[in-house]
Design a binder for this molecule. Structure first.
Ligand code: ADP
Length: 882
């Protein structure tokens, strides 16, 4: 203890010692104050003025404060900046203790442990990830305190972990190491850097080492659940729990079980594919044009969280997928039931999170009101479905059985327990209880006799005051005399300045204000005291009743969460059915076959962005055993990327258990979706585009299996023509011969189409365009065979290249095409033995060297990325060269 500090600052120092990583919000009356380094750090982030405490004294410290009732906005901003905030509260009523009020940290809020509804995105989970790196397995635990969910899994290496974490999108990552070196022999710093780079939105921190001796005490009642976990997974779980407990010293954690998830039971969508396919966020940023956005018609928060999770982690088990599809189909067929369900569900709100806040002891009266309303809507929903008699429908809906609860430690969930709680809440609470007790009544009259009496007392007191005012006016003859109350001054008598002389001698002057004089007298003081006491006791009784009700709600939090999970499944199925109905999706046939056949398939997002009915549907038929690799050619803007992406999105939708935008679809299970798109599409990142492109391609070739779906859009574009073509060629060959997976390969290298002559598994398709004079019309229709030409000049015209440049380009093109008809540069089918026969590699013997150079320049030209000025300069240069 530092004797130079005042007792209050000693309390602060103790809190800081206990939570050195957190900014301490130290409660002093109506404010949270920050001191020392915390104040210096936070003041600029929160636009606060930095002042100081004990100014001029030896223990002067910087200080900044925020009003306690508006604290959560400030807390949110500090979390946003990646900080942790410890709330150090007054543990007793300052008016009742002699000397210094005891203070204690009751809660540390960190980005990964937010439970406040206003700070959470209701449509996403808020994960804290804890990692244990070092052994043969990397253990991962994901904890969402706001929904009381805890999941664990093990991975063979850090890169697999990164892929998994990027789908979960944790807000905070705690990284611990079992040994000095990590499994992939990265140092601790390297591992942390890799995590930070892969998860730009998360606060990534190194956590202290775990003490192996403490295992069971830290796991508490969850210990039995961890028996089937790998040691690294158990360590990760311990790390998450230890952290959450340390941050919530005042309340037990509401987590009741650990769900182990096996990464192999989900369709892997690599990080790049998640981004390129714009599943949950678009490349331009924001959720505007994402797949999630177009399929999320859910009515409850838990439903929309579940939908998002399913979209990012579709299944790879036929039976489970079919069960989900059955439920969607049920709601497609029974459209009346669907709309009834929707209207019942729309009152459910966020039952899950409200109930977990109760379990954490953090629920406000307002939360309890929401819980009551949510339970009522939930009851209506269950009743609606319970009326159904058809046993098949009941089975599909999961009624009667409780598949979500397994294991003997789970209590039996009945709607009755929830109904009982709803009735209790309903008896107690007013229609709209306030978040803060000071903002109005919480309890109905008649609910608690004592509370009603205290209320009558304080009301009687106030009426007494009004009577007193009338009497004093009479007695003094001051008609403007007023009895008033303010929070700071309490009750007083106010007399205007001109009348002040008439105030009785026995009155004590309390304060002089602009409008007049303020007085008190013994009679007023005594009455004020009686009112204050009644107020105080009323407040206490209200808080007492509230605490009882919160703990009642807490005791039911587990069944309520189970009920919410059940509703969420119905919600998701009905939402997908609604989308299927409105946008004409079909039920996909999913099995273990080798095909991927889509008839009249559409891109679910693009079709909504263009005029209705304008999207041109296309057929795709890939088969591992037959044509598995399609080379797709066609001019820029014809719709190649759209086609590629729509195939991947259709497979993802089907395997998450959704209907798909097509006339029919047959999906033989896919185990991974891997993709990479053209270099020019992520130029913004400012990295060497070719390097990025190649490392993404490398990743794909390493991860793909025979069951994967690979989508490659314009690879090799980031380098010179020869290199690019050579690499694209080799990659396509490798995909076909070494991996043998289903793949779509869009390319502008027409030479590549010769691959189909080399392999029976490769086929050429093109997205057609039609020439009308010098113009081009995109038909967006996929047809067999390679594109005959690239329409580059026509596209250049569309883009606004000046007419003289276009004319000159046409002339040059004609010339070049004539030359390439000469035998020496004729396209020849390359073979493995004679790769030098590939046209581009052929020596330009028949062409004069200057011409050859001009041809090379033109071939290497990326018209898409050419400004009109550059085009003109190029034409000038070409002319010079000739
Ligand atoms: P590419 O990859 O061939 O350059 P894109 O796939 O980017 O072409 O498509 C260009 C534009 O054409 C898209 O933004 C979309 O508006 C439109 N488009 C693509 N496919 C279709 C289609 N099947 N039906 C209607 N419009 C389409």
């Amino acid at each position: 203890m530092d004797a130079r500090l005042t007792p209050v600052m000693q309390q602060h120092a103790a809190a800081k010692r206990q939570y050195p990583d957190a900014i301490i919000f130290f409660r002093l009356g109506d404010f949270y104050e920050m001191f020392g380094d915390d104040a210096v750090l936070a003041a600029p982030l929160l636009d606060l003025t930095l002042t100081s405490r004990n100014k001029g004294k030896p223990d002067e410290v910087p200080m900044a404060g925020v009003p306690h009732h508006s604290a959560h906005g400030y807390v949110a901003r500090l979390l946003e900046a990646g900080h942790r905030v410890a709330l150090c509260e007054q543990m007793a009523d300052p008016t009742k203790v002699k000397g210094i009020v005891p203070r204690q940290v009751v809660r540390v809020i960190t980005p990964g442990l937010v439970t406040d509804g206003e700070q959470l995105d209701s449509r996403s989970n808020n994960w804290l990830a804890a990692l244990e790196i070092g052994g043969a397995t990397v253990g991962v635990a994901l904890l969402d305190l706001s929904t009381a969910e805890l999941r664990a899994a093990g991975f063979s290496d850090l890169s697999a972990v990164l892929g998994e974490l990027s789908r979960a999108g944790p807000r905070e990552v705690l990284t611990g190491f079992a040994t000095e070196e990590t499994a992939s022999s990265l140092t601790r710093t390297e591992a942390l850097t890799a995590l930070g780079a892969a998860l730009p939105l998360a606060a990534v921190r190194a956590d202290s080492d775990l003490d192996p001796a403490q295992t069971s005490s830290e796991l508490g009642e969850l210990a039995p659940d961890t028996e089937h976990l790998d040691p690294a997974e158990r360590a990760a779980v311990r790390r998450a729990l230890r952290f959450a407990r340390a941050c919530n010293p005042g309340s037990p954690l509401p987590v009741r079980r650990i769900v182990r998830w096996d990464p192999a039971s989900f369709l892997a969508i690599d990080t790049t594919a998640q981004a390129h396919l714009e599943l949950c966020s678009s490349l331009m940023g924001g959720p505007a044009s994402t797949l999630l956005k177009v399929i999320d018609a859910t009515r409850t928060s838990a439903g929309s969280r579940l939908l998002k999770r399913r979209l990012l982690a579709p299944l790879v088990e036929v039976a489970r997928i079919r069960r989900r599809l059955d439920l969607v189909e049920l709601f497609v067929v029974h459209s009346r039931l669907r709309s009834q369900l929707f209207s019942a569900l729309s009152g459910v709100g966020d039952l899950e999170r409200v109930s977990v806040r109760a379990a954490l002891g953090e629920a406000t009266a307002r939360d309890l009101g929401l819980l009551r309303d949510g339970l009522e809507a939930a009851g209506r929903t269950v009743q609606l479905l319970e009326q159904i008699e058809d046993p098949n429908l009941r089975e599909t809906l999961g009624l009667g059985s409780l598949p979500e609860l397994s294991g003997d430690r789970q209590p039996v969930i009945t709607v009755d327990t929830a109904e009982e709680l709803r009735r209790e809440l309903d008896l107690a609470l007013v229609e709209r209880p306030p978040a803060q007790p000071k903002d109005g009544a919480i309890f109905k009259r008649g609910f608690d006799h004592e509370l009603d009496e205290l209320d009558s007392l304080r009301r009687a007191g106030t009426e007494h005051m009004i009577a007193l005012e009338a009497r004093y006016r009479n007695e003094t003859g001051i008609p403007t005399l007023k009895v008033r109350y303010t929070r700071v001054f309490g009750w007083y008598l106010e007399v205007s300045r001109s009348q002040a002389a008439r105030a009785p001698a026995g009155w004590r002057r309390k304060q002089t204000v602009a409008g007049g004089e303020r007085y008190t007298n013994p009679e007023l003081d005594e009455l004020a005291e009686r009112i204050e006491t009644a107020e105080q006791r009323h407040r206490e009784r209200e808080l007492e009743l509230l605490a009882t009700l919160v703990s009642r709600a807490a005791s039911q939090s587990e069944p309520v969460c189970a009920l919410s999970a059940r509703l969420a499944r119905w919600d998701v199925a009905a939402a997908l059915a609604d989308v299927a109905h409105r946008f004409d999706y079909c039920r996909p046939e999913v099995d273990n076959s080798s095909v991927l056949e889509i008839r009249d398939g559409r891109h679910p997002v693009v079709e909504r962005q263009i005029a209705q009915g304008r999207f041109v549907p296309n057929d795709v038929h890939l088969d591992i055993e037959a044509e598995r690799l399609w080379l797709v050619t066609g001019p820029n803007m014809a719709g190649k990327s759209t086609l590629l992406r729509q195939v991947a999105l259709t497979a993802i939708l089907a395997q998450m258990g959704s209907f798909v935008p097509a006339r029919s679809a047959h999906i033989g299970l896919v185990d991974r979706v891997l993709s990479r798109v053209g270099a020019s599409d992520n130029l913004a990142q400012g990295q060497s585009t070719f390097m990025v492109e190649m490392s993404e391609t490398a990743q794909i070739l390493h991860c793909a299996t025979r069951r994967s779906l690979v989508i490659l859009d314009e690879i090799g574009r980031g380098t010179s023509t020869f290199d690019g073509l050579a690499i694209a060629w080799a990659v396509a060959e490798y995909l076909d011969e070494a991996i043998g997976c289903r793949a779509l390969f869009a390319t502008h290298y027409h030479e590549l189409t010769a691959l189909s002559e080399q392999s029976q598994h490769v086929a050429n398709y093109s997205v057609s365009a039609q020439e009308l004079g010098d113009d081009v019309v995109f038909l967006h229709r996929l047809v067999p065979g390679a594109a005959s030409r690239s329409y580059g000049v026509a596209v250049a015209k569309l883009a606004g290249l000046p007419e003289p440049v276009l004319a000159r380009s046409r002339a040059l093109l004609a010339q070049l095409e004539n030359q390439s008809d000469s035998p020496a540069v004729k396209h020849t089918r390359p073979s493995r033995e004679h790769p030098q026969q590939l046209s581009l590699f052929a020596p330009p013997a028949a062409t004069p060297p200057a011409h050859a150079h001009v041809i090379d320049l033109l071939r290497a030209l990326d018209i898409d990325n050419l400004t009109p000025m550059e085009a003109l300069q190029l034409v000038a240069r070409l002319k010079r060269e000739l």
